[in-house]
Design a protein around this ligand. Structure first.
Ligand SMILES: Cc1cc2nc3c(=O)[nH]c(=O)nc-3n(C[C@H](O)[C@H](O)[C@H](O)COP(=O)(O)O)c2cc1C
Length: 392
């Protein structure tokens, strides 16, 4: 076995992932009517199931129909529950051991012009400033979506607090609101604390055994790279200072969460920090450093690292090294999961792997609000990309 570390099972909450490879959430912008699961979406997750990832995180699912970053983004509401149930069943039919988590999200300031662009932080232009009560409603929407994910049969949920979305705006020092949602550390983490607290107590009341084992984690941007962003020391600071992010990770542990998915940056603003490209390849080292720093906090959270794709053929040995050295528990792949959904199973079988070349085609499709996937290895997306169709 070439990668014994990668292919050693690892516990996450009360469950066990069969290996350490995570297919990160990747928006595909291909929902059916009303944000439902489409046939194309089902096909994508069936393929990922066949790929034998230890964990697949289903792309950002909006908790409301009001906060979409993608025109065809999926919405996790009761109307769409049956579709999500079917998605989980199909996944488990193919890969009963692999875990499937849903990422729940509110796009906030990242919402498209076709949706409602909102902000939490005072003084931000071109966005509706959310009132105290509206934020409470978002909190309730998150809770309802997480409970629906459990009802759909998912193994757990990823509370999206990264990449400049609503959750990240909430945490950052630039959230200087004067109501209960802003200003102090206590207030900026209230959303997470009260959200997770209520989810845990509602799950505890359910009689299904699997509800008690439902995995809860969150994806955070350790450093956003903007003034007053996550990973800075105050609303007017831009230089990296991770003191407060360490506190947030420890808080997640105290709240009884099961994992932290370590990312960084804000796509579209500080994109290279989130996903290194060819000219910025070595930024992957920052992502590795952030994951190591979180791991060194010695919490009981399982730690996911991000941004392995840019390493192509070297990614597996880097992941292996990180796991063996105890710098991460899981290695997360975003673009690679688009390029070759069968990556983990091919690492074992030795079949030829379609490596992502970081051509940024998937990012261009996303910006153009097209259905999204790999333009290099999938004819459908290649055609979409070359046709260059604007707004569908
Ligand atoms: C097209 C596209 C869609 C993405 N969608 C999501 C998403 O839904 N949720 C999320 O947390 N990150 C999302 N990301 C970020 C990826 O999960 C990942 O963090 C990033 O691509 C860096 O990892 P990689 O170098 O392995 O690709 C997306 C990235 C791309 C390029």
């Amino acid at each position: 076995m070439e990668y014994p570390g990668i292919f050693t099972p690892f516990p996450i909450g009360n469950k066990t992932a069969p290996n350490r490879l995570v297919s990160q959430a990747m928006e595909s912008n291909d929902s059916g009517p009303g944000g439902s699961v489409s046939q194309r979406g089902l096909k994508r997750y069936r393929k990922l199931a066949a790929g034998n990832w230890g964990i697949v995180i289903v792309e950002a699912l909006s908790v409301t129909s009001e906060s979409l970053a993608r025109k065809n983004g999926m919405i996790l509401n009761r109307n769409n529950l049956e579709g999500f149930q079917h998605l989980v069943q199909e996944y488990k039919k193919i890969n009963p051991e692999g875990l499937i988590l849903f990422q729940v999200s509110h796009s906030g300031y990242k919402s498209g012009s076709f949706s409602r662009r909102t902000t939490i932080c005072p003084g931000v232009k071109d966005a509706d400033y959310l009132t105290t009560e509206e934020i409470e409603n978002v909190r309730k929407a998150f809770i309802e979506s997480v409970l629906l994910a459990e009802e759909a049969g998912a193994d757990g949920c990823d509370f999206k607090m990264c990449h400049g979305y609503f959750g990240a705006e909430m945490l950052r020092p630039a959230n200087t609101r004067t109501d209960k949602w802003g200003g102090s550390f206590e207030n900026r983490t209230r959303f997470l604390r009260e959200g997770i607290g209520e989810i845990k107590s509602r799950l505890a009341k359910l009689t299904r055994q699997k509800s008690q084992d439902f995995i809860l984690g969150s994806r955070i941007s350790l450093y956003e790279g903007i003034t007053g962003g996550c990973g800075t020391a105050g609303p007017n600071q831009i230089i990296e200072d991770l003191t407060e992010m360490d506190r947030i990770v420890k808080l997640m542990d105290e709240l009884g969460m099961d994992y932290v998915n370590v990312s960084a940056g804000i796509p579209g603003v500080t994109s290279e920090i989130t996903r290194p490209t060819k000219p910025s390849k070595h930024l992957y080292l920052n992502l590795a450093r952030y994951a190591k720093q979180v791991k060194n906090l010695n919490t009981s959270l399982a730690v996911f690292g991000s941004g392995y794709t840019i390493l192509k053929e070297e990614a597996a040995s880097f992941a292996e090294e990180n796991i063996i050295d105890g710098n991460v528990d899981f290695a997360g792949f975003g673009r690679m999961s688009f390029a070759d959904p069968l990556y983990p199973s091919k690492l074992i079988s030795g079949e030829k792997i379609n490596y992502c070349t970081a051509c940024s085609g998937c990012s261009r499709l996303m910006i153009r609000q097209e259905h999204d996937g790999c333009i290099l290895y999938d004819d459908y997306y290649r055609k979409l990309h070359s046709e260059g169709r604007a707004d569908r």
